[in-house]
Design a protein around this ligand. Structure first.
Ligand SMILES: N[C@@H](CCC(=O)N[C@@H](CS)C(=O)NCC(=O)O)C(=O)O
Length: 231
């Protein structure tokens, strides 16, 4: 006895294109959202050392990926794109209905962008006193994340939400940064975050989309050597 899985896209007749790169964590957020919604899309991988005219046309302000182009309308900035996707395709909502819960998820998404991302970049690219300071700020910030995850499986509770997708990079890149730098970036003082990282990575839609591990190590090894030439 066999059964055939029949997947019908929820956007027949619409044009959906996603400009990204093979490794971008910001682009992955959008890939996850589209997959969770069952949206068929065309993926265009950019070479950021030689950006296409179309990318520059669609995102003239930041000139960055990801850009989602829906029926000719370009939408930039991954967190804006996530909300656009949720507003456009209502199935499998990424933001809950309750305004308090919506605000909470948006708060944590903003916290990730403004507090965690700059600090992790400093951890990966600096040394000495700067590294120490970045590490201290990172650990302080993780305490807040740990508190938020108390009593929850995901940031969205039982269901993946915008905040989970925005935090998603942690579940993959922390391990890669640790392997490349030799630093311990998320340790056992943050058991709830470690559990979240594992639960999140194991979700089928997430698991099937991680970029190849070896290729990621090669990419970040080269970047690490650029910032730490003496090592
Ligand atoms: N805030 C942006 C960040 C996007 C971003 O930094 N994208 C990188 C790739 S991971 C990029 O396109 N960089 C090209 C550049 O800086 O010229 C978002 O959330 O979409």
């Amino acid at each position: 006895m066999w059964s055939q899985k029949c997947v019908i896209a929820n956007n027949i007749g619409e044009e959906v294109k996603l400009y990204k790169t093979w490794s971008t964590p910001f682009g992955l957020r959008v890939v996850w959202a589209l997959k969770l919604k069952g949206i068929d899309y065309e993926s265009i991988d950019e070479d950021l050392s030689n950006k296409s005219d179309l990318l520059l046309h669609y995102n003239p302000v930041y000139k960055k990926v990801p850009v989602l182009v829906h029926n000719g309308n370009p939408i930039s900035e991954s967190t804006v794109i996530l909300e656009y996707i949720d507003d456009t395709w209502k199935q499998n909502p990424l933001l809950p209905e309750d305004p308090v819960e919506r605000a909470r998820q948006r708060f944590w998404a903003k916290f990730n962008e403004e507090k965690l991302l700059p600090t992790i970049w400093a951890i990966f690219t600096t040394e000495g006193k700067d590294l120490e300071e970045a590490m201290a700020a990172w650990m302080e910030n993780l305490k807040f994340v740990e508190e938020e995850l108390k009593g929850k499986k995901l940031f969205g509770g039982e269901k993946l939400g915008v905040a989970d997708l925005v935090f998603g990079w942690l579940a993959n890149l922390i391990g890669i940064f640790e392997e490349v730098s030799g630093l311990k970036i998320v340790d056992e003082r943050y058991p709830l975050l470690l559990t979240w990282m594992q639960v999140f990575s194991e979700l089928p839609v997430i698991k099937e989309t991680w970029p190849p591990h070896d290729k990621m190590i090669t990419k970040y090894q080269a970047l690490y050597e650029k910032y730490h030439p003496a090592k």
